[in-house]
Design a protein. Structure first.
Length: 439
């Protein structure tokens, strides 16, 4: 009963938000009609769009399980956005089919779409928070697996309240973490729980592969399912689209960053003598070296300062071997410390991007002396252009070991998608503002 009530409430609130967004943008367009060349349509005509918009978006969300399945915030947001795009295309198709193309305000249609892109995920998060506190958006799940995987999942369900999952010893939904089981044991487990429980979730043995966007199809004659997983970064068309996406976003943001670049350059000059930019050779795509630009964050006599510090603090040598960072670095200037904590020292890498040497999002740009530590996975890591930001930066930054960074980069390359890049870009803003994991 609680599950049905939660679904009805979510559906009702979404309907209200859709109506409010359309009515608000329509009212705004009417209030400032003198700004536009064409007159606004009558409200009676406007409301003929409502059934098309409502049925398209809400129907899509129902089909994608928004109201009864428990997704995390990013997966649900992706489905919300797909529904909004679908609804937009259905409205445009209806306008063309009904020959009303010139009667409806394009500002209203695009304005509603844009407003919902921003406010719908925020509204979902707030509503889910209230439903969780009221214990209406909770789903008990029983976990079967080894101790390590069980603890990891319990911790995730505890931290990620948006999922609405909580662990119980007995539940209608069973989650099987398959790592550690052989084929025979896993087969027996699945048969047992599929027969006795309402729903079974599987965590695949291959943890390093993201199956979220995989295509599953069946060979009916032999009753076997095939799972198709593609490495999109091996597709030249996709790589080309990624380059276009990088350039579009960079050129759009550059006018905002140019004043900031000038201010930082002045601060560096006032802080300590030396050049504004720091240039270092890094490994690019296919291992090709390139000159990477950063704002200078160290004193010019940094080597002497470091030698003196390490002689007094030998434990820092071991710390650098693990994290490739020092706990305290005497070479860093006062302005440099601020630049590093906010990651603003990496802004000049935008010019590396415009030169085609880097991507906005990608693996870490490794130094030449780190090539040996990459070992046998060097070709995997250097398969794509390095990024100004990446999965490693939004997953702990300098709190991660070198090996953990490599593993995150490998996961990114194997499982890349445009949606993953969007998530990393949004998370980068949060990480920079919070300075989480900064040194």
């Amino acid at each position: 009963m609680r599950k049905v009530l939660a679904a009805v409430m979510l559906l009702f609130i979404d309907t209200v938000i859709l109506w409010c967004s359309m009515a608000s943008v329509y009212a705004f367009r009417g209030a400032f009609e003198h700004w536009f060349d064409t007159p606004l349509i009558e409200s009676s005509q406007f409301y003929t769009l409502l059934p098309v918009y409502y049925l398209s978006i809400l129907g899509f969300w129902l089909y994608k399980g928004i109201y009864h399945m428990h997704f995390d915030f990013w997966e649900e947001t992706k489905r919300i956005y797909l529904g909004l795009v679908f609804g937009l295309f259905m409205v445009l198709f209806w306008l063309v089919f009904a020959k009303h193309t010139y009667e409806f305000s394009r500002f209203v249609i695009i304005g509603v779409f844009t407003a919902l892109l921003v406010f719908m995920p925020i509204q979902k998060r707030l509503v889910k928070m209230l439903l969780t506190k009221a214990k209406l958006w909770q789903k008990p799940v029983m976990i079967v697996g080894n101790k390590e995987d069980r603890q990891r999942l319990v911790q995730e369900f505890t931290d990620n309240w948006y999922l609405g999952l909580h662990v119980k010893e007995k539940a209608e939904t069973v989650l099987i973490a398959s790592r550690g089981y052989d084929a025979l044991a896993l087969s027996k487990l699945s048969e047992t729980y599929l027969l006795r429980h309402k729903e079974v979730l599987f965590v695949p043995m291959l943890h390093h592969i993201n199956f979220a966007d995989a295509t599953i199809f069946e060979l009916h004659n032999i009753r076997i399912s095939l799972i198709q997983v593609a490495n999109r970064l091996q597709n030249p068309w996709v790589v080309g689209l990624k380059v276009v996406f990088d350039l579009f976003l960079t050129l759009a943001l550059l006018p905002l960053f140019i004043p900031l670049l000038i201010i930082i350059a002045i601060l560096i000059k006032l802080d300590s003598p030396g050049p504004v930019l720091f240039k270092q050779t890094r490994l690019g795509r296919n291992g090709k070296p390139f000159t990477c630009y950063k704002f200078r964050t160290m004193f010019c006599d940094s080597d002497a300062l470091l030698d003196r510090y390490l002689s007094q603090n030998p434990h820092e040598v071991e710390n650098y071997a693990i994290y490739h960072k020092y706990t305290f670095d005497p070479r860093i200037t006062p302005v440099g410390k601020w630049l590093r904590s906010t990651s603003l020292d990496e802004l000049p890498q935008l010019f590396n991007l415009l030169k085609g040497q880097m991507s906005l999002i990608g693996p870490r740009p490794y130094m030449e002396n780190e090539r040996k530590k990459l070992g046998s996975i060097e070709k995997d890591i250097l398969l794509v252009k390095p990024g100004i930001t990446g999965l490693w930066q939004v997953s702990g930054r300098n709190t991660l070991t070198f090996e953990e960074r490599i593993e995150l980069d490998r996961w990114y390359i194997r499982n890349w998608s445009f949606w993953l890049d969007i998530i990393i870009f949004i998370k980068t803003i949060k990480v920079v503002l919070s300075k989480h994991g900064a040194k």
